[in-house]
Design a protein around this ligand. Sequence first.
Ligand code: HEM
Length: 400
Amino acid sequence: MAQLEQAATADPILRLALPEHLSNPYPAYAELRETDPVLWHEPLGSWVLTRHADCLAVLTDSARFASDWRRAGEEIPAPLLSVQTLDPPEHTAIRHLLLDGFRAQDRDALHGRLDRHVKELLAELAERDSFDLVGELAEPLALRFVTDFLGVPAPDLDWFVPMSRTVVDGMDAGLWPEKHEPAVAARAELAAYAGGWLADPPGHGLIGYVAAHASTSGVDPAVLRNSLRAVLHAGYESASRLLGNAAAALLTTPGAPAAFRAAGPATAVDELVRFDAPVQADARVCVTDTALGGVTIKAGDPVTLLLGAANHDPRRFAHPTDLRLDRAPNPHLGFGRGAHACLGASMAIRLAGSVLGTLATDHPGARAVAEPDHRRNLTLRGLDRFEVTLRPATGEEVRT
Ligand code: HEM
């Protein structure tokens, strides 16, 4: 173990998994960004990019940097072909079908149900001395919100959460290959579950919409099924982790709840995404030799984009390590950019705005009772536990 830790300490990427960097990876990112902004990392077999300009250049150039690894001669197993792994022009039909489906939803009704549920859940949790904000608020709420949007009942949390975590662990398989096989099995289980939706679709929600328009869309049925599974999984994992990370920043930064109220939910949540984004890393494969940051990336080379590092690049953001909830404009890369930019960004901002806004306004006593405990994931950053109380602080009890 000591040997492992020693090896990790010497490796600029592996060391990010050590406890001190897991709780705050930003100083280690800053070092990389200054000394080795375009780094070849042998164990990953990938270039690692940490500057905002370089990450942005790759995300917005799908002609040279592919999400579809078949363009670099790699195989993609059929169950993995989805909106996330195709590139234009094949990507366009599924992206537009989903986009039209997202736009067709009754957002006011969805948000109304969300706001009511958030208020009820927080009022219940306020009765307790303390609770785990991750397991008792962020995860159930994100799952309910995303499945309400899809138009299907939420799966059982005890079945879904461990399976979903196994898929997320697999995203770090470049560093820990043993995570790969369990993740493939978990993905297959999730795909079988999502497959049932289109066989017997609801008359409403995103699934109702795409089921009604699938035959005229030109989208391959397997790609559609895999993409709906991706919406559930990407939506649930990114949104629940955003809620945990953002609540931790809000409740451990002095004055942040008041600053949140002053800035308004949309601007404040955008900054919370920049400050501690759930999606810390993204990947592409180079398909045409390209000069970047003084080196030539060769066709066939994988490229890892550390979006979390780009979001703290002082070349793009003034005082990047400060949480400035009124920061605007805020050109962070937390929702990606370009052809694969997040389809759920406005929903995620609305969800986090509802939860954090209710905390900041209705629960002035909200505060951490323990340090947030981070999960050992490098691609998707999130918390295992975050014990919080909503009870008024002693001083407030005296005042009221
Ligand atoms: C309601 C919740 C969400 C839904 C339904 C959702 C859905 C999606 C979908 C379908 C894509 C794939 C788009 C494509 O490949 O064309 C995507 C991409 C992405 N999402 Fe989300 N998302 C949600 C929340 C979030 C959150 C909270 C974050 C982070 C703050 C996030 C970050 C990203 C990023 C970085 C990408 C780009 C991936 C890439 O470039 O390969 N998403 N999202």
